[in-house]
Every structure is written in structure tokens, then in C-alpha cells.
Design a protein around this ligand. Structure first.
Ligand SMILES: [Zn+2]
Length: 282
């Protein structure tokens, strides 16, 4: 296994995304990572993109076996951090909440709304830590949930690839695994929200709690029930549309990874400055 010390981390950048991406990383190394929070979704796949060491974690596990509400988000973020990852890109499939955000639209949101109901969404839950010690009370700022540097890199990468992205907007995350009712969907739209997904929370929040930069790249695979005119969303439609866009999404991801800053001075990097978290060292 690669040296995982701070001076020689196994990876500096991470991608949490769908299956099919890790196969394209050069000289991929599969590593199984244990965490104090249980099992991540799968092994982590280590490789290089333009000389940057990248760790890829399939969010739903290989074979897409984990539904959104069963993903161990804490273990996933912890596993990446323990490998040295400090900046994460999180591509995900979403439904469009406006007619103009049809299938194939790439949204790089700047805001997040949590409509989940039953997920462990913090490392600072007041419960004894895995080593038995008592945790500190920690409140991180979430006013701007996404990394400004990561968003800029993602937007520039998409434009370079002639895929004009939507710069900003609100991702509302529902518990799932069912899709929205028409009434729920219309309500989301009426609130001015842009896209609806099932995995963006608590992924972004947990990243911030570890001072990891997190950027969401939301690929619209369908119009949500309140906007669309058909029978509503099906999982088959989502997978089909995602597959149709996966090549250009991969290209954009790689380009964005390449241009992420080598040193950080963003709001995310300072999220825990001066805070005694009590968390075990990663
Ligand atoms: Zn950042």
C-alpha cells in the first residue's frame, strides 16, 4: 500500500460518483479502507489524472447496490480523508425543477436544501467517539456549502468542453428512494430551487465538517414530476440519460481535477481553524 503519511498522501483529490469512472484512471490501485464509522460504499480506487493523485469512490457501490438512504456517507468521507484527500468533486444525477433545465443540463449549484429525513448527517453528534472518548460540540458554517475554487474549476472545465453549465442554483435533496410527488415537485419549483437529487446531502455537509472542499456537479437526467408532462420519472430513464452523458461528464471531471488549486485558502479549508474537534486523526 502507498505511504499514507501527511507528507506522502495516497491521494490529494477525490471523486465520489457513479460506476464506470475508475476504469479510466491510469494504473488504478484498489484499496479497502476501514473507518471508525463503518464500511464505505466500496473499495477506493487510486489513480492519476494529469499528474494529480486521485481517489475514486463509487457512491452506490459497484453494481449500484446501495440506495441513497443506505449509503454510509460518514464512512465515505472519512475513507477519502484518511487517504489524504482534501478536495472532492461529487457528480450526481438530478431532476430538473425548471423547464429550461432539461435532460443533459449540467448544473453547478451554489446552494443546498436538505429535505432528507433519516440520515446520519454529522460527525459531531454528541455521541461517544469510536475510541470511547466524548466529542466536542462543533458547529461549522454552511452558509455557502460548496467550494468556490472547485465550482470555478468545474464551470471552466465544462465551458472548455463546449458544455455551457448552469452557474449556481439550489439543489434540494430528498430522502428517496422514491421520486417526488407532483405536489412536492411543484413546491420545490415555487421555492425557486433548481434541481432535486437524493445524495447531495449529507455528502456536502460532512465534507465541510472535515474541512474538505466539496463541489457538486449535478447532471439533469429528467424533468421532475411537477415540471414534466409524462407519467413521472423512472429509474430506467435516469440511467439511460446518465449513460448518454457519461463520456462528456468524465472529460469535464478530469479537466476540473487537473485545474483544482494545489494549495487551498478557501472557506472550506478554514472551516475548522481554531476548533478542537476531538475527532480521531485520519
Ligand atoms: Zn474549498
Amino acid at each position: 500500500m502507498t505511504d499514507r503519511t501527511a507528507a506522502h498522501p495516497a491521494a490529494e483529490l477525490g471523486v465520489i460518483g457513479g460506476s464506470g469512472l475508475y476504469a479510466l484512471l491510469d494504473d488504478v490501485t484498489e484499496v479497502s479502507v476501514q473507518t471508525p464509522y463503518g464500511q464505505p460504499s466500496d473499495s477506493v480506487f487510486l489513480g492519476e489524472v494529469a499528474g494529480r493523485r486521485v481517489a475514486f469512490l463509487p457512491r452506490h457501490g459497484r453494481g449500484h447496490s446501495l440506495p441513497p438512504h443506505r449509503i454510509n456517507y460518514r464512512a465515505n468521507l472519512w475513507a477519502l480523508r484518511s487517504l489524504g484527500v482534501r478536495q472532492v468533486l461529487g457528480p450526481c444525477a438530478v431532476g430538473g425543477l425548471r423547464r429550461e433545465f432539461g435532460p443533459g443540463t449540467l448544473v453547478v449549484p451554489d446552494q443546498l436544501v436538505d429535505r432528507t429525513a433519516a440520515r446520519v448527517q454529522t460527525f459531531y453528534d454528541g455521541l461517544p467517539l469510536p475510541d470511547g472518548s466524548l466529542p466536542e460540540v462543533v458547529h461549522v458554517s454552511m452558509a455557502d456549502p460548496y467550494c468556490p475554487e472547485g465550482r470555478a474549476a468545474a464551470l471552466a472545465a465544462a465551458r472548455d468542453h463546449a458544455w455551457e453549465p448552469v452557474d449556481g442554483g439550489t439543489l434540494v435533496v430528498i430522502e428517496g428512494p422514491r421520486f417526488s410527488t407532483r405536489a412536492e415537485s411543484r413546491w420545490f419549483t415555487a421555492n425557486g430551487w433548481s434541481v432535486v437529487g437524493m445524495t447531495g446531502h449529507p455528502e456536502a455537509v460532512l465534507a465541510r465538517e472535515l474541512a474538505i472542499c466539496y463541489t457538486s456537479l449535478a447532471l439533469v437526467t429528467d424533468l421532475d414530476a411537477g415540471v414534466g408532462t409524462g407519467e413521472g420519472v423512472t429509474h430506467a430513464e435516469v440511467l439511460k440519460e446518465f449513460a448518454r452523458n457519461v463520456d462528456r461528464l468524465r472529460t469535464v471531471l478530469f479537466k476540473a481535477l487537473e485545474s483544482l488549486p494545489a494549495t487551498r485558502d478557501c472557506v472550506c479549508s478554514h472551516a475548522l481553524d481554531g476548533v478542537a474537534t476531538g475527532l480521531p486523526p485520519a
